[in-house]
Design a protein around this ligand. Structure first.
Ligand SMILES: NC(=O)c1ccc[n+]([C@@H]2O[C@H](COP(=O)([O-])OP(=O)(O)OC[C@H]3O[C@@H](n4cnc5c(N)ncnc54)[C@H](OP(=O)(O)O)[C@@H]3O)[C@@H](O)[C@H]2O)c1
Length: 334
């Protein structure tokens, strides 16, 4: 039976490299690129077909920062497929990320230098904005739009005969100290990205509690530090390239500088080869690259309590109800 993989944010960076790697593993897979920009999606499809001319690659348009768009995409996916084996929740944003050079210089000569260089902790400032749904953009794009997509696709994902996997692209910067239940959209605060990625980890844990008995399994991946459009928004690419020798050197001490999207997708691909019921729902799967460029997966414990995961899940369900009601009443008015 042909397996089906849906990848959000497949039009560039880690998502695009992941698609290529999935086809390398199984050229008979049906790959559905879930992208907001059709031009970029078509270019990615063309690139994939040039290497895998017989592959089944389709596109569905989705803006995960808009609930209406997610609902339309879910409808379309349900029309096309009976079952989804892998749903990669990969699309993500940072809004106006900026490096603080004074924090960088101070950090270099402090005891937290290693922590700063491996996680970028304390180095960046970011913004956020409000979407037409009235939600914080980073929260909606990185987490909530994906959550709605999963909920809408439940009938295609839940089967005891044919298990499915949700694989989230989280981050090493997901930190408990940047998340609070009272401010889960991070309306107040300057760490919207970290908060949204911690919320992702919480959601994955809760989804396992609620859906494992229906054959659906969720895991979180940390791709490491990867050169993509997202990192080029923090610093222009030529500056990153100037830092390349330093980043290679850092690989002597930590293997989280995966650098290329291909390497960053290591843990995603590894997860698809595991029996999902054997995976630990409280672990995070880190893509790693050694100094000599060998890729491997490092499994680390999540800093998460089941109680917080469940409380947050209930908040997501309440918000889902509210937003879907708003969507259907505005549809009736039209
Ligand atoms: N790069 C890193 O070092 C790093 C580290 C940790 C985690 N991550 C995570 O890895 C994931 C992929 O990012 P990347 O590094 O590969 O960056 P990227 O090249 O900028 O890819 C992000 C992808 O998300 C898509 N996207 C953004 N907003 C969207 C929306 N509203 N609806 C649908 N798609 C949307 C983008 O589409 P467009 O092409 O239309 O913009 C793009 O395809 C993200 O979740 C990011 O947080 C990256």
């Amino acid at each position: 039976m042909q397996r089906v993989a849906v990848v959000t944010g497949a039009s560039s960076g880690i998502g695009s490299a992941l698609c290529e790697r999935l086809l390398q593993e199984d050229a008979s897979l049906h790959l559905c690129l879930a992208c907001r920009n059709m031009e970029k999606a078509n270019a990615t499809r063309k690139m994939l077909l040039s290497s895998f001319p017989h592959a089944d690659v389709s596109i569905v348009q989705v803006d995960v920062g808009s609930v209406e768009s997610v609902l339309n995409a879910a409808k379309e996916i349900k029309k096309r497929f009976q079952h989804v084996d892998y749903l990669f929740l990969n699309a993500g944003i940072m809004v106006n990320p900026r490096i603080s050079f004074s924090a960088f210089i101070q950090g270099l000569f402090s005891r937290r230098a290693f922590q700063m260089l491996t996680t970028a902790e304390g180095l960046m400032s970011q913004g956020d904005r409000v979407t037409p749904d009235g939600l914080q953009a980073v929260f909606e794009t990185n987490l909530f739009g994906h959550f709605i997509l999963i909920r809408q696709l439940e009938s295609l994902l839940c089967s005891l005969e044919r298990h499915s996997q949700l694989i989230w692209t989280s981050s090493i910067s997901a930190r408990r100290s940047n998340f609070s239940l009272e401010n889960y959209q991070h309306i107040h605060g300057k760490e919207a990205y970290s908060s949204s990625k911690y919320a992702t980890d919480l959601t994955s844990v809760a989804l396992n509690n609620h859906f494992n008995n229906q054959g659906l399994y969720s895991s979180v991946v940390c791709p490491g530090v990867v050169m993509t459009n997202l990192t080029y928004e923090i610093l222009p690419s030529f500056i990153w390239h100037l830092f390349f020798p330093l980043m290679w050197l850092i690989r002597l001490f930590t293997h989280t500088y995966t650098l290329t999207p291909y390497n960053g997708a290591e843990a995603h691909v590894w997860l698809t080869k595991q029996k999902p019921e054997t995976l630990d729902p409280l672990s995070k799967y880190h893509s790693c690259s050694t100094f000599f460029g060998k890729n491997y997966v490092d499994i680390r414990k999540l800093d998460i309590s089941q109680d917080l995961a469940e409380k947050f899940y209930q908040k997501l369900l309440e918000l889902e109800k509210e937003v879907l009601a708003r969507c259907s009443s505005s549809k009736h008015k039209q």
